[in-house]
Ligand binder design. Structure first.
Ligand SMILES: [Zn+2]
Length: 269
């Protein structure tokens, strides 16, 4: 599909792409601030990402993590604009060799095109010299690194936020680390959150705080029901309803039960 929506907010522009139009898990917004691009969109949408990026030169590409919707076009951008993308150290090997993508993800996004990268530095900057601070936020993925722009009060959240409510968890996600990462980010001074799936959120810090509260609340409810003797499946069903198509299509890799299973072990002190 062509560019589905464009965004413009105080120096940031964005283009939403996606093969399917089935909500936030199938759409991706590529953001740029002048010559700096953050994440690339999926490789099956390269035609449209290319159009968006052709509007002005790209001097710098920063990646948040190795997932194919975020880094799928890094190789193409690297070739088209002559930039060597910067990526978190923990992402670099996977980006260089590529990796096997599960069927559903391949259908939605296409696969990652392997790409050579250089390691992110402790601090990066925009062309005007203003700071970009990489913030390591594991949980969703070990390498996930968000970008904090203190002068602008901006936070590019990779896959840390996505939505105020977490309903599913991938089997390789770590809920405890995710909660710690959100708490770490809530100490930063920012207003606007740029989510590649959910869009631009002006009161981004409150939205992230709400997400944290919702997860903790869910964990507390799950633990209470579990103490009453309900099984994992019963707790999941009671709090989140039956598993949906995504769970079936991913063979249980991305499902509600994963979330509750980990939620039962979260310390709520
Ligand atoms: Zn991801």
């Amino acid at each position: 599909m062509p560019i589905r929506k464009t965004y413009e907010f105080e120096g940031v522009t964005g283009a939403k792409v996606g093969r399917f139009n089935q909500g936030i898990n199938t759409q991706f917004i590529v953001y740029r601030m002048g010559e700096t691009v953050i994440d690339t969109g999926p490789s099956n949408q390269w035609r449209y990402v290319k159009q968006f990026l052709a509007q002005q030169p790209v001097e710098q590409l920063l990646l948040t993590h190795h997932h194919e919707d975020h880094s799928g076009n890094a190789h193409h951008i690297s070739m088209a604009h002559g930039v060597l993308p910067r990526a978190p150290k923990l992402a670099q090997d996977k980006l260089a060799t590529g990796y096997k993508t599960p069927y559903l993800q391949r259908l939605i996004w296409g696969s990652l095109v392997p790409v050579k990268t250089q390691t992110l530095r402790e601090q990066e900057s925009l062309a005007d010299g203003s700071k970009i601070i990489p913030v390591h936020t594991p949980g969703h993925a070990k390498d996930l690194t968000c970008y904090f722009l203190p002068e602008q009060g901006y936070f590019f959240s990779g896959d840390l936020f996505i939505a105020k409510r977490l309903k599913l968890l991938r089997s390789d996600e770590n809920l405890e680390q995710l909660l710690q990462s959100i708490q770490k980010v809530l100490k930063l001074d920012f207003d606007t959150l740029f989510c590649p799936h959910g869009g631009i959120i002006k009161d981004g810090k409150s939205a992230l705080q709400e997400k944290l509260n919702n997860i903790l609340d869910l964990c507390e409810k799950a633990q209470t029901l579990s103490k009453k003797g309900l099984s994992l499946e019963e707790v999941t069903h009671q709090l989140l309803g039956p598993e949906d198509m995504v769970a079936k299509l991913t063979g249980g890799n991305f499902c509600k039960t994963n979330l509750i299973r980990q939620g039962l072990h979260i310390s709520l002190l």
